[in-house]
Design a protein around this ligand. Structure first.
Ligand code: IPE
Ligand code: IPE
Ligand code: MG
Length: 248
């Protein structure tokens, strides 16, 4: 148990916008707009708590199969949110990064994403990763393809392909793996989020619908995280012995 542990990297599957809207007899789109407001608040709350990396799942590879009207509305919302929020994020020391299959997004959205990344690239308070048109399987497949290209070009031998090389080609290359995964909306599944990087993340599932997620829910997840023993395959006794060594 480590009561002071704050995760370095928190990942969130922001689910439940549609149900939140339905409960209020509103269109799903209103739920997505409320979801953007909740996302804005959680970025600031994480930064204030000393969390240095936050990854938000905004749109999955599979979400393309939703009704065209909803997909179109979501894409417009992403464009608007980028236009509206980047100044403030930049002012608050947030570095923006996007992961996902950019080629599937409109040229306008791609251009704004690239501009936001460029503008905020030197910020160091919090790295905000937004997963847009992202799928964990897409990520692993594109990493495998990049390694195959390296092998074909003679820059890498097949027997050099290992976990470290593959990790270097994933969308989150160079970033720490998420310590804590939060999923709102009541489902207990990963829905093709960061399949590789979540291997040893602590998972926190809550029935809270994403637009209702706030500081109280975040703190409940963080408290649970601080109380849990992360063993990474070792035994409790080994961890206690290691702590003793570290203290020496
Ligand atoms: C999450 O909320 C947002 C996206 C997947 C884009 P949902 O739209 O999935 O909301 P529910 O699960 O239908 O309530
Ligand atoms: C996961 O939510 C994707 C995002 C939050 C962007 P979904 O609503 O798409 O997940 P499923 O379909 O319930 O698994
Ligand atoms: Mg959902």
């Amino acid at each position: 148990m480590n009561p002071t542990a704050t995760p370095v990297h928190v990942a969130i599957i922001m689910d439940g916008n549609g149900r939140w809207a339905r409960q209020r007899m509103m269109p799903r789109q209103a739920g997505h707009r409320a979801g953007v407001r909740a996302a804005r608040a959680v970025v600031e709350a994480c930064a204030r708590r000393g969390i240095s990396h936050l990854s938000l799942f905004a749109f999955s590879s599979e979400n393309w199969r939703r009704p065209q009207r909803e997909v179109g509305a979501l894409m417009r919302l992403f464009l608007e949110a980028l236009e509206r929020e980047v100044d403030e994020l930049h002012g608050n020391g947030v570095r923006l990064r996007f992961i996902g299959d950019r080629s599937s997004l409109s040229a306008e959205l791609q251009a704004r994403m690239a501009a936001a990344e460029e503008r905020t690239r030197d910020n160091a308070r919090l790295v905000l990763v937004v997963a847009l048109a992202y799928g964990g399987r897409w990520d692993i497949a594109q990493a495998a393809r990049a390694l195959a290209d390296d092998v074909a070009a003679g820059e890498l031998a097949p027997d050099q392909v290992d976990e470290a090389h593959l990790a270097q080609r994933l969308a989150l290359a160079g970033m720490p793996d998420p310590d804590l995964l939060i999923r709102t909306g009541g489902e207990h599944r990963i829905s093709n989020f960061l399949l590789w990087n979540l291997a040893y993340s602590e998972c926190w599932f809550t029935d809270c619908l994403w637009p209702d997620f706030g500081e109280a829910e975040l703190d409940a997840a963080l408290a649970r995280f601080a109380a849990v023993e992360r063993r990474f395959g070792l035994t409790s006794e080994q961890l206690v012995a290691e702590e003793g060594e570290d203290a020496c």
